[in-house]
Design a protein around this ligand. Structure first.
Ligand code: THU
Length: 134
């Protein structure tokens, strides 16, 4: 793991502690490094009206866009999690988050997330082949 990936990991771990997840008790943290070299993070924010829950990855994208504007490009993503027992489990970015990340990234954008045993290093092209566009 490169130094920049491990600093994204630390940021994702830190922000996961701020997750608002009283309904699922599942906390997720995402950290993004942009092409401009900045880092942003987001955690999941749940709602009593379940459909209004926003995932960590999409909140991180929102923070990056708010800071850098429409030219923001995602260079690398790290996603971590922990459950009610404090255990980290396999959790890949959901389909909605893949589509949102794809909006601001390229197929070779690196994405790392937790697997059952080891971290899984992949890229956006693998995560969302033939994503929606028009
Ligand atoms: N969650 C994320 O934050 N990111 C994902 O990619 C998958 C799911 C959150 C949403 C919800 O708060 C909790 O995990 C359980 O679904």
């Amino acid at each position: 793991m490169t130094n920049s990936t491990s600093s994204l990991e630390q940021l994702a771990e830190q922000v996961a502690k701020n997750a608002y997840s009283p309904y699922s008790t599942f906390s997720v943290g995402a950290a993004i490094r942009t092409a401009a070299g900045n880092v942003y993070s987001g955690c999941n924010v749940e709602n009593v009206s379940s459909g209004l829950t926003v995932c960590a990855e999409r909140n991180a994208v929102g923070a990056a866009i708010a800071a850098e504007g429409k030219s923001m490009k995602v260079e690398e993503v790290f996603v971590t999690n922990f459950n009610a027992e404090g255990a980290t489990v396999h959790c890949s970015p959901c389909g909605a988050c893949r589509q949102v990340l794809a909006e601001f990234s390229s197929p070779d954008t690196k994405v790392t997330y937790r697997g059952a045993e080891n971290d899984i290093e992949t890229n956006m092209g693998q995560l969302l082949p033939d994503g929606f566009t028009f």
